[in-house]
Structures are given as C-alpha cells and as structure tokens.
Design a protein around this ligand. Structure first.
Ligand code: PEP
Length: 255
C-alpha cells in the first residue's frame, strides 16, 4: 500500500553548477526507478530550476527545503508555496531540526507551512525528532507526539494522505550516529499509533513515515526493512551520486 520514498536533503550545498554535476552522476546511475519506489531530491532554492531541467526525463522528483506560510508580499528573502509549485516542485521539507534550532521554527509555524504546502499541492515532509537530552530524559515519545499533533492541527483525513512524516532524531543527524533499526521501528510504530488516534487506522496505514539520521548504504537495508519505515530522508549521503543511488537500489530490492 505504501511506496518507499528515498529523499535527498541537500541542505545548503550545491549551487546550480554543482547541482548539475551531482545530477549528471545520479542520472547516469538511476534515471529509471522501480515503480514501487519514489525518489526525490531537495536542492537549495537557487538550484531547483536546474534540477527540474536536468531531471525532466527521469523518474526523480524535485522538492524544496522550506516555504513561507504567506502567499506573497513584503517578506524579503522568503519563497512561497505557489512559487515552488510553479518551479516544478511537488514536495517540501518542513520543520527540519536545523530550522527549528537556528531559524526560530516553531510547532505553530510548522503547522502554518504545512497548510500552505497542501494548498499548493506540495506534499509536506514534516520533520520531528528529539535531542539526545530529551531521549535520555525519556521525553522523546511525548515530544514527538506534541510535534505531530501541532503540525497536523486542522489537517483533515483526506489531506493527511498527502503528508509525509520524517522521524529524525537530532542526535543522529549529520553525526554519523544512527538510530538502531529497533529504535527507528519503535518510534515509527508509535507515530503510526498517534496518526491512528488522530484519524483512523486505515489512514494511519497509508501515511509514509521516513527515517532520517545518517542513513547510508551500509545501514539502509536494515533500516528500510523495518515494517513501519517507509523510506529515508538523507542528508550527507545524498550529496554523493554513488551513495544515493546505492540506497535507491537497496530500496528497490526491498520493494
Ligand atoms: C537530514 O538532514 O535530514 C539528515 C538526515 O542528514 P544526515 O543524513 O546527514 O544525517
């Protein structure tokens, strides 16, 4: 029922020239993707046009790393949902922990951005996850529950089918440290339970829940084999065409 989604978050890497080079490499290896797997790259805003142009004849989709929650107007430096849709994006990452940590993103703004993304037919990839301190204190379940409930406030049962949740424990992002497959499965199962409580079991069973945090070819197979892990949001390893395409191949073999 759920298709695996392998999504690359390039963060603040790869302007248009570097993007072209990376995409050339990726295209050479993975222009065609198994029909049961979705593949996505999320470049910085200035490289979205280049990515859409390079990938138009492939199965690889393009998304953004953020959007503003207003339609347009005097918001210097911001990018709206309609601009992203017009540029060829069909996904957008929302509430990444780096945005929560460095740019004042709150549960409330995550919710406003989610509403706006859905309005413009951009599938929101909503990031949730705890710090090491929160995990050690045993607060991780409550924190993730609060983040999800706030992000989905006002989102109805039909809309949530287009939402993707990414569980990204902060202690595993860019650190080389990965959640064990058991830790990932445990939290993903819990997230699905939250969704079943907010909506119903059938809806919860249809929502994609990605794992993010130092996923790489060496650990992708074990993580992606977990029953409630429906793909990966991949930072570092998505900047290398070989690593990213290897992860896609692992997903294809599991699909
Ligand atoms: C991310 O940025 O969403 C991420 C998971 O990064 P990394 O794979 O580098 O840990």
């Amino acid at each position: 029922m759920r298709r695996l989604l392998i999504a690359g978050n390039w963060k603040m890497n790869c302007g248009p020239y570097d993007a072209a080079e990376l995409l050339e490499g990726l295209k050479a290896k993975k222009a065609e993707v198994d029909e049961h797997v979705d593949v996505l790259v999320c470049p910085p805003f200035v490289s979205i046009g280049m990515a859409v142009k390079y990938l138009y004849d492939t199965d690889i989709q393009v998304g953004a790393q953020n959007l503003h929650f207003e339609e347009n107007g005097a918001f210097t430096g911001e990018i709206s949902g309609s601009m992203l849709a017009e540029s060829g994006c069909n996904y957008v990452i929302i509430g990444h922990s780096e945005r929560r940590q460095y740019f004042g993103e709150t549960d409330e703004t995550v919710n406003r951005r989610t509403q706006k993304a859905l309005k413009h037919k951009l599938a929101p990839i909503i990031c949730v996850g705890e710090s090491l301190k929160q995990r050690k204190a045993g607060d991780h379940y409550d924190l993730v529950k609060d983040q999800i409930k706030a992000a989905l406030n006002g989102i109805n049962e039909e809309q949530v089918l287009d939402v993707v949740i990414a569980y990204e424990p902060i202690w595993a992002i860019g650190t080389g440290e990965t959640a064990t497959p058991g830790q990932a499965q445990e939290m993903h199962e819990y997230i699905r339970k939250i969704l079943a409580g907010l909506y119903n079991q059938e809806t919860a069973d249809s929502v994609n829940i990605l794992y993010g945090g130092s996923m790489k070819p060496a650990n992708a197979q074990e993580l992606l084999s977990q029953p409630d892990v429906d793909g990966g949001l991949i930072g570092g390893a998505s900047l290398d065409a070989d690593s990213f395409s290897e992860i896609i191949t692992i997903a294809e073999d599991l699909a």
